[in-house]
Design a protein around this ligand. Structure first.
Ligand SMILES: NC(=O)c1ccc[n+]([C@@H]2O[C@H](COP(=O)([O-])OP(=O)(O)OC[C@H]3O[C@@H](n4cnc5c(N)ncnc54)[C@H](O)[C@@H]3O)[C@@H](O)[C@H]2O)c1
Length: 444
């Protein structure tokens, strides 16, 4: 049985490792974060992802997955090593490749035979080729003749549906010039072949750009509908009907046409910034992606203005209590990286408001992020504590559990009556519309 190693057990690495283990492969997951590995060895997942726990337990019980801080041993015993480390954004918007570079150096330092190295982290066009050269140079300085066959295999999973996305992806992209590596990838991904997932075999650069083009396109789609939502409000049109009608056209499709407070998360903001910055080096302005980023920033500002103006047209929100429901960048995840909630809470606090916050998934991570502001934000146990004496409720993430709120309890607990539904979760909810001053996005 082929042993596969993984460097990085974050949202991507752990889901991928667990998925491959359940395909019957022997997986060794490693990380430089030993706390994370300790948790995993206790059977605890350090983040929230639906269904992942069951799949992980099954893989552990079958003996197909282990978690180890011995990176050297993992490298020595694995024929194939996936790099699934983070690629955050630097201050000037570029992708920070230092974790990927460090991972590549570790592999080159400990390689004891020919290996296939699969980069799954999102990296700018040209990076895989550079990393390949870095590894070849490193092996040369060691004076060893091992071959390293590199693949760039972008990941398209979405948090919240990551397990399903891993088990049945929409496509597999394999960027490599090595026949041997392609053969091995076909063996690892045999299950996908059986499940008739389309495969695209291409070069490094194309595979790298496929990932950025896909995320930039989806981000643009969101910004597009958000801008039309703002226009619809001014003209009396209904964005929900517009999005539905557009979505029936198969050339457009219904997904990513849900208006809101702007896109967020660990991928769209960082990947759009990175591709624009990268394209600039080539003298290509990528006008559409730049516009999508600008529209996204404006959307968040508009949402803050909307709340502030409704509560206090003169500006200051001193003495106002705003209840934020939903902090994660989308439902069914605890990820708050670049979530609209982060910007909106900061701005509302700056305007003097008191914030009460509750999220079924994002509480731990938002507390950590806002450590400095712990006296200005009241973190609540549930939705009902969150709305106590509130002047306004703001829905920022459409968690399914909000669908069954006890509205009478909320009504009597609140001081005010404003209900900002920035995800249009309740546009068809007649009681909320009747009992509250209901303010959705993009329609009356
Ligand atoms: N999160 C997603 O939904 C998603 C989807 C598609 C692609 N991606 C891409 O996958 C990559 C990882 O994203 P993520 O969300 O999983 O990040 P993450 O921050 O959750 O996880 C990265 C992990 O890598 C570890 N790490 C860093 N350097 C290491 C090293 N040298 N050796 C071993 N481990 C190391 C970190 O400790 C961390 O646990 C990014 O490039 C991202 O753009 C993420």
């Amino acid at each position: 049985m082929m042993t596969i190693g993984l460097l990085g057990t974050g949202y991507l690495g752990l889901v991928h490792g667990v998925g491959l283990a359940n395909f019957g492969m022997k997986i060794i997951c490693t990380d430089i974060d030993h706390q994370k590995l300790d948790l995993l060895n206790e059977g605890t997942i350090p983040f929230y992802e639906p269904d992942l726990h069951n799949h992980m337990e099954r893989a552990i019980q079958a003996g197909f997955i282990t978690f180890s801080n011995n990176i050297k041993l993992m490298i020595e015993s694995s024929k194939v090593i996936f790099i699934t480390v983070g690629t955050p954004t630097t201050e000037n918007g570029e992708a920070d490749l230092s974790f990927v570079e460090e991972a590549a150096h570790m592999i080159a330092a400990y390689m004891n035979e020919d290996k296939v190295v699969v980069i799954k982290s999102t990296v700018p066009v040209g990076s895989t080729r550079l990393i390949e050269q870095t590894m070849i140079d490193h092996l040369a300085t060691r004076g060893v003749k091992f071959r390293v066959e590199i693949v760039f295999n972008p990941e398209f999973l979405s948090e919240g549906t990551a397990v399903q996305d891993m088990l049945l992806p929409k496509r597999i992209v394999i960027g490599s010039h090595s026949l041997q590596a392609k053969k091995i990838m076909n063996i690892i991904y045999k299950k996908y072949k059986e499940r008739r997932v389309p495969f695209i075999y291409t070069d490094f650069e194309t595979a790298e750009m496929i990932k950025y083009a896909s995320n930039a396109f989806l981000a643009t789609k969101i910004s597009f509908i958000n801008e039309f939502a703002l226009l619809a409000e001014k003209t009396g049109a209904n964005i929900m009907d517009i999005a539905q009608a557009m979505g029936f056209d198969p050339r457009i499709g219904p997904q990513y046409l849900q208006p809101g407070a702007g896109y967020g998360g660990s991928c769209f903001p960082k990947d759009t910034a990175a591709i624009v910055s990268f394209a600039n080096h080539y003298g290509e302005p990528l006008h559409t992606v730049k516009a999508a980023i600008e529209a996204n920033e404006r959307q968040k500002v508009q949402m803050v203005e909307r709340i502030a103006n409704a509560l206090s047209p003169k500006g200051s929100l001193k003495g106002m209590i705003i209840s934020i429901l939903g902090l994660s960048f989308k439902p069914k995840t605890d990820d708050i990286r670049d979530a609209p909630s982060v910007h909106i809470i900061r701005e509302l606090l700056a305007k003097g408001a008191t914030i009460r916050a509750y999220c079924p998934g994002g509480m731990t991570k938002i507390k950590l992020l806002f450590k400095q502001l712990e006296y200005q934000i009241h973190y609540c146990e549930d939705e009902y504590e969150c709305v106590l004496a509130a002047d306004a409720v703001v829905i920022l993430t459409e968690w399914p559990q909000f669908n069954t709120l006890n509205l009478n309890l909320i009504k009597t607990s609140m001081r005010g009556n404003l209900w900002f539904d920035l995800r249009n979760q309740f546009v068809n909810h007649q009681t909320i519309r009747k009992q509250f001053d209901y303010q959705p996005v993009g329609l009356k």
